[in-house]
Design a protein around this ligand. Structure first.
Ligand SMILES: *[C@@H]1O[C@H](CO)[C@@H](O)[C@H](O)[C@H]1NC(C)=O
Ligand SMILES: *[C@@H]1O[C@H](CO)[C@@H](O)[C@H](O)[C@H]1NC(C)=O
Ligand SMILES: *[C@@H]1O[C@H](CO)[C@@H](O)[C@H](O)[C@H]1NC(C)=O
Ligand SMILES: *[C@@H]1O[C@H](CO)[C@@H](O)[C@H](O)[C@H]1NC(C)=O
Ligand SMILES: *[C@@H]1O[C@H](CO)[C@@H](O)[C@H](O)[C@H]1NC(C)=O
Ligand SMILES: *[C@@H]1O[C@H](CO)[C@@H](O)[C@H](O)[C@H]1NC(C)=O
Ligand SMILES: *[C@@H]1O[C@H](CO)[C@@H](O)[C@H](O)[C@H]1NC(C)=O
Ligand SMILES: *[C@@H]1O[C@H](CO)[C@@H](O)[C@H](O)[C@H]1NC(C)=O
Ligand SMILES: *[C@@H]1O[C@H](CO)[C@@H](O)[C@H](O)[C@H]1NC(C)=O
Ligand SMILES: *[C@@H]1O[C@H](CO)[C@@H](O)[C@H](O)[C@H]1NC(C)=O
Ligand SMILES: *[C@@H]1O[C@H](CO)[C@@H](O)[C@H](O)[C@H]1NC(C)=O
Length: 469
C-alpha cells in the first residue's frame, strides 16, 4: 500500500451556524455549599446496632438510624465509622448527609430477600423523592459484583438473574449500587464505588446533581456495570471523576423524562463498551450536553451518540478530549470508533427523532477504526461538526475489523470497508482541520480516508482535511 496523502479544500457552501452550548464552559465550576455540616444531628450507625463485621446483615439497624435521624432533626448526618457493613437496600431521607469514613465499607448483600420486591427499587443505597441529600466521607460502597457471577467467562461473565417474579428478563436483573430517584439537590463527592452488580450510580427524574472526585471500579468482564447513568434529569454536573468499569462509562438517557444541562469535565474513563454515551434509550428530548477535558483510554468506543427512539438530541459539545479505542470481543457493543453518531429506529414498528447540533472540537485520538456518522431514512443527523480532530488509525488487536456496528436494533453488525470518516444520511456536516494518520496494517483496503453516499448527504463543508500514511 503506497503512501496516500490527500488534501481536500472545499469552498464553504453554507455558513456554519455556530451553536453555543447552553452551559458555561468553565470547568472549574464552583460547587455550592448546600450541605453545611455544622448544626447537623449526627446518627452513628453503630449506636443503632450495626455490627459492622462484614457477615451480619445490618440493614434494619442502619435503616432505623436513618429513620430516627430524619425524625429527630431537620438536617442530619448518617455516620459510618470504619468497619464492614453488609446490607440490603437502604433508603435515605431528605436533608441527610451520609458520611462514610475512610476504612468504612458498605457491602451490598447478594441475597434477593434483602431488597424490595419491585425491581425499580433494587439499590444498595438510594434516595427516593428526597431533597438535599449527600454522600461523602472517603469510604467505599461495594456491590460485591463478583458474587453475582454465575459463570466466569473470558468473553463476558454470565450473571445471576433475579428474574423469579418475571419482572425482568435475561441478565438485567441485578441490584444497582447507588441511586437518586425523584430527587432534587444531590451531592456525591470524595467516595469510592466498587464492584457494582449492575449500574454503579443511577440518577433518575432528578435535578441539581453535583458529582465530583469519585472513583468507580468494576470488574472488566462483568456486563451492565455502567459508571454513571443519568436518566430524565436536569442540571447534572460531574467533574474530577475516575471511572474504570467494563460497561459504559457515562450514559445519558431519557426514559424517565427529558434531559437538560449535563456537564462532565476533567474526568478519566475506561470502558469495554462506550466511554461517553448518549442513548440508546431516548424517548424524550435531550439538550445542552457538554463534555470537556476528558481522557478516555482503551475503550471499545470513545464518544457515542446513539438515538434509537422518538426523542431528539440537541446542542451537544465534546471538546478537548484525548482518547484511545481498541477492539474487544463483539459480544460487547462498540467497534473501536473514536466518534460515533447514529440515529435509526429501534425496530420496524417504532420511529426515531433527530440529532441536531453536535460538535467535536479539539479531539486527539488513536483508534482501531474510523469516525462513524450514520443517520437513517427516518433519523436525520443535522449540523454535525468535526473541528481540529486527529485520528491515528492503527491495528493493535487481532479482532476482525471491517464492521459497522448499528446495535441495538437497526441493521446490527454490517460488513463494510474501514474508512477514516464514514457518513450516511447527514443533512449538514462540517469537517475542518481533521487529520488522519494511518499506521501500517496487514488489513486489505485499510486506508480509505472518507466514505459517503452522496445522495444521502445534504451539505458537506470540508476544509483542511488531510490523510497520510
Ligand atoms: C441550542 O442552543 C442555541 C444557542 O444557544 C439555542 O438558541 C437553542 O434554543 C438550543 N436548542 C435547544 C433545543 O435547546
Ligand atoms: C434544602 O436545602 C435548602 C438550603 O439549605 C433549604 O433552603 C431548603 O429548605 C431545603 N429543602 C427542604 C425541602 O428541606
Ligand atoms: C430467567 O432468566 C433465565 C436466563 O435468561 C431464563 O432461562 C429463565 O427462563 C428466566 N425465568 C423467568 C421466570 O423469567
Ligand atoms: C418526577 O419527579 C417529579 C418531581 O419530583 C414528580 O412530580 C414526578 O411524579 C416524578 N415522575 C415520576 C415518573 O416518578
Ligand atoms: C478526593 O477524595 C479522596 C477520598 O476519596 C480524598 O482523600 C481527597 O482528598 C479528595 N480530593 C480532593 C481534591 O478533594
Ligand atoms: C427538566 O426540565 C424540563 C423542562 O423544563 C421539565 O419538563 C422536567 O420536568 C424537568 N425534570 C426534572 C426531573 O426536573
Ligand atoms: C439549563 O441551564 C440554563 C443555564 O444555566 C438554565 O437557564 C436553564 O433553566 C436550565 N434548564 C433546566 C431545565 O433547568
Ligand atoms: C419495538 O420497540 C418497542 C419499544 O422498545 C417495543 O415496545 C416493541 O415491543 C418492539 N416491537 C417489536 C416488534 O420488537
Ligand atoms: C487542536 O487540538 C489539540 C488537542 O487535541 C490542541 O492541543 C491544539 O491546540 C488544538 N489546535 C487548535 C488550533 O485549536
Ligand atoms: C481548542 O483548543 C484551543 C487551543 O488550546 C483553545 O484555544 C480553544 O478554546 C479550544 N476550543 C474549545 C471549544 O475548547
Ligand atoms: C490544518 O489542521 C491541522 C489540525 O488537523 C492544523 O494543525 C493546521 O494548522 C491546519 N492548517 C491550516 C492551514 O489551517
Amino acid at each position: 500500500m503506497g503512501i496516500s496523502r490527500i488534501v481536500l479544500l472545499f469552498a464553504a457552501i453554507f455558513l456554519s451556524s455556530q451553536s453555543q452550548c447552553a452551559i458555561s464552559s468553565s470547568s472549574a465550576r464552583n460547587f455550592p455549599l448546600l450541605f453545611d455540616h455544622r448544626h447537623r444531628w449526627v446518627c452513628n450507625v453503630l449506636d443503632f446496632g450495626a455490627v459492622a463485621d462484614g457477615k451480619t446483615i445490618d440493614t434494619s439497624a442502619i435503616q432505623s438510624a436513618i429513620d430516627y435521624c430524619a425524625w429527630k432533626a431537620r438536617a442530619s448526618s448518617l455516620h459510618f465509622p470504619p468497619g464492614k457493613y453488609l446490607t440490603g437496600a437502604l433508603f435515605l431521607a431528605s436533608n441527610m448527609a451520609v458520611v462514610i469514613d475512610p476504612g468504612a465499607i458498605i457491602l451490598g448483600s447478594s441475597r434477593q430477600e434483602d431488597y424490595p420486591r419491585e425491581r425499580s427499587r433494587w439499590y444498595v443505597l438510594a434516595a427516593e423523592n428526597a431533597v438535599n441529600v449527600s454522600v461523602t466521607g472517603g469510604g467505599i460502597i461495594d456491590g460485591r459484583g463478583l458474587e453475582f457471577v454465575s459463570r466466569f467467562w473470558s468473553r463476558k461473565n454470565v450473571m445471576v438473574s433475579w428474574n423469579t417474579t418475571g419482572a425482568c428478563i435475561g441478565d438485567e436483573c441485578r441490584p444497582r449500587l447507588l441511586g437518586f430517584v425523584n430527587c432534587e439537590n444531590v451531592r456525591v463527592w470524595n467516595i469510592h464505588l466498587r464492584q457494582p452488580a449492575y449500574w454503579s450510580l443511577h440518577v433518575a427524574n432528578s435535578s441539581g446533581i453535583y458529582i465530583h472526585n469519585i472513583t468507580m471500579y468494576g470488574d472488566f468482564n462483568t456486563p451492565n456495570n455502567d459508571g454513571i447513568d443519568i436518566d430524565g434529569s436536569n442540571n447534572t454536573y460531574i467533574t474530577n471523576c475516575r471511572l474504570d468499569t467494563a460497561d459504559d462509562g457515562i450514559v445519558v438517557k431519557s426514559i424517565a423524562g427529558p434531559v437538560s444541562n449535563v456537564s462532565v469535565t476533567n474526568s478519566w474513563i475506561r470502558s469495554k463498551s462506550c466511554a461517553v454515551k448518549i442513548g440508546s434509550e431516548t424517548d424524550h428530548d435531550l439538550d445542552g450536553l457538554y463534555f470537556d477535558s476528558i481522557t478516555i483510554v482503551e475503550s471499545h468506543r470513545g464518544l457515542g451518540v446513539q438515538l434509537r427512539d422518538k426523542g431528539n438530541i440537541f446542542n451537544v459539545t465534546f471538546s478537548n478530549i484525548v482518547l484511545s479505542t481498541r477492539l474487544y470481543d463483539p459480544l460487547w457493543w462498540g467497534r473501536a470508533e473514536p466518534i460515533y453518531v447514529t440515529a435509526c429506529p429501534r425496530n420496524l414498528s417504532t420511529s426515531v427523532g433527530t440529532i441536531d447540533s453536535v460538535r467535536f472540537i479539539n479531539i486527539s485520538s488513536s483508534a482501531e477504526n474510523g469516525i462513524f456518522l450514520a443517520g437513517s431514512d427516518g433519523g436525520v443527523l443535522n449540523r454535525l461538526e468535526l473541528s481540529n480532530v486527529s485520528v491515528r488509525l492503527g491495528r493493535i488487536t487481532d479482532y476482525p475489523g471491517g464492521l459497522h456496528d448499528y446495535r441495538p436494533g437497526c441493521q446490527g453488525l454490517v460488513h463494510h470497508r474501514t474508512a477514516g470518516v464514514f457518513m450516511k444520511h447527514v443533512h449538514e456536516v462540517t469537517v475542518k482541520d481533521v487529520n488522519l494518520h494511518w499506521e501500517r496494517s496487514g488489513v486489505e483496503d485499510w486506508d480509505l480516508p472518507v466514505d459517503f453516499e452522496p445522495r444521502t448527504i445534504g451539505r458537506l463543508w470540508m476544509s483542511n482535511f488531510t490523510s497520510s500514511a
